[in-house]
Design a protein around this ligand. Structure first.
Ligand SMILES: Cc1cc2nc3c(=O)[nH]c(=O)nc-3n(C[C@H](O)[C@H](O)[C@H](O)COP(=O)(O)O)c2cc1C
Length: 388
């Protein structure tokens, strides 16, 4: 195994080993990619307050998210097409998460199905749903998630329509990949990836094909997605989804204090401050900048989680210090998966955990609960001084 010291090392291997179409799908944001870039660069604006001569022995990253014990408050975010980054990608990532003791979230748009992941894991995972028009299909998804013993539903509320990612259009992104002279030439250089794909039967959208009405073969999927997403979504409908599911609900994609209060009013168990990794509203604030005002608005009444831009344990520590009770990583674990399959996901989580526990010591804290704004040097105007 090559020496891996940070997430960037995994990213370089991911790029080398995975077809361009799928690497680009992960490593891009919508339109100008401003929000995608600022999600990571704004973390660097926050500095850490160094403390010395503080007893740092016996440190632990253990915590809880929505009442579940976690080895560190870092969950795997729902990522569509994970099974195209590496054969059986969702199963491998879920297994790595389970062994590490962190939550795994399966995307509706996964390649491996809910049942596939349940069959290969022993602990409950979380299932992410989009807010679709078809109640029958939503009910069936909830039933399948219940049968698979999922312990929470993550409802993604920031994708009723899709932001455009230029590279996906240029690459002709599809699952399975369309065979064009360019894509064939590129895939021929990704031998391990290709062998894995030949050996698995999981190459289509496992939660949808054969389950959604009128989608029995993958070629009709694009028309299904165009029709299935609900532009008329409102808070009443979100409350209805909560009722249909009947269990714990996490609302993902909240970037505004007023929306956070609405999420509280519909009875969500947690919210995720997220701009979808910069893949939806280009020009939105970075998540780390949006976090403090949302924590101030609802943080004492509902668990506030955060994602978008986390590439290190230091980033996790900064989000927790600003008041997040949990975080998620998307690309950071996908880089590991594309680089080295399950071992790569494990490596990415180990890298983050090691960075987190080391940084906790250097800022003088022993437990996750002790972290707070006192651990940070926050530049004046970090949240932005915007005209009302
Ligand atoms: C390749 C890719 C696919 C994604 N697919 C989904 C998805 O199916 N559902 C969803 O709610 N979020 C999806 N997201 C957003 C992630 O859940 C998460 O919000 C984002 O990756 C966090 O940013 P980060 O990648 O900088 O950690 C996706 C993100 C990426 C990078």
């Amino acid at each position: 195994m090559p020496v891996i010291t940070c997430i960037d090392d995994l990213k370089r291997l991911h790029k080398k080993r995975t077809p361009k179409m799928f690497y680009d799908y992960a490593e891009s944001g919508s339109y100008t990619e401003q929000t995608f870039r600022e999600n990571t660069s704004d973390f660097a604006q926050l500095r850490l307050r160094q403390k010395v001569a503080v007893d740092m022995s016996g440190r632990s990253t253990a915590s809880t998210m929505i009442g579940e014990d976690v080895a560190m408050p870092v969950a795997l975010a729902p990522v569509g097409l994970t099974g195209m980054q590496h054969a059986d990608g969702e199963i491998l990532a879920a297994k790595a998460a389970e062994k590490m003791g962190v939550p795994f979230t399966l995307s509706t748009m996964s390649i491996c199905s809910i049942e596939d992941v349940a069959e290969h894991t022993t602990k409950p995972f979380w299932f992410q749903v989009y807010t679709l028009k078809d109640d029958d299909f939503m009910n069936r998804l909830f039933e399948r998630a219940r049968a698979a013993k999922c312990s929470a539903i993550v409802i993604t509320v920031d994708l009723q329509i899709m932001g455009q990612r230029h590279k996906d259009l240029k690459n002709g992104l599809s699952a399975p990949p369309k065979l064009t002279p360019q894509s064939i030439a590129n895939m021929m250089t990704k031998v391990q990836w290709g062998l894995g794909m030949l050996q698995t039967k999981r190459r289509f959208f496992g939660n949808i094909v054969g389950h959604a009405k009128g989608v029995s073969d993958p070629s009709s999927l694009s028309s299904w997605t165009a029709e299935a997403f609900d532009e008329s979504l409102d808070w009443k409908r979100i409350a209805k989804f909560k009722e249909m599911w009947g269990g714990k609900v996490i609302l993902k994609g909240v970037m505004d204090a007023e929306d956070a209060r609405n999420a509280l009013a519909v009875g969500a168990d947690a919210i995720v401050v997220s701009n979808h990794g910069g893949r939806q509203l280009d020009g939105a604030l970075s998540s780390i900048r949006a976090l403090p005002s949302i924590v101030d608005a609802v943080g004492d009444k509902i668990e506030v989680h955060m994602d978008s831009g986390i590439r290190s344990g230091q980033d996790v520590l900064k989000a927790l210090s600003l008041g997040a009770k949990g975080t998620y990583v998307g690309r950071a674990f996908v880089n590991g998966l594309g680089a080295m399959g399950e071992a790569g996901v494990t490596k990415s989580l180990e890298v983050i955990q090691k960075e987190l526990i080391t940084t906790m010591g250097l800022v003088g804290e022993r437990t996750i609960n002790d972290l707070g704004r006192h651990n940070l040097l926050i530049p004046k105007g970090f949240e932005g001084d915007w005209v009302d």
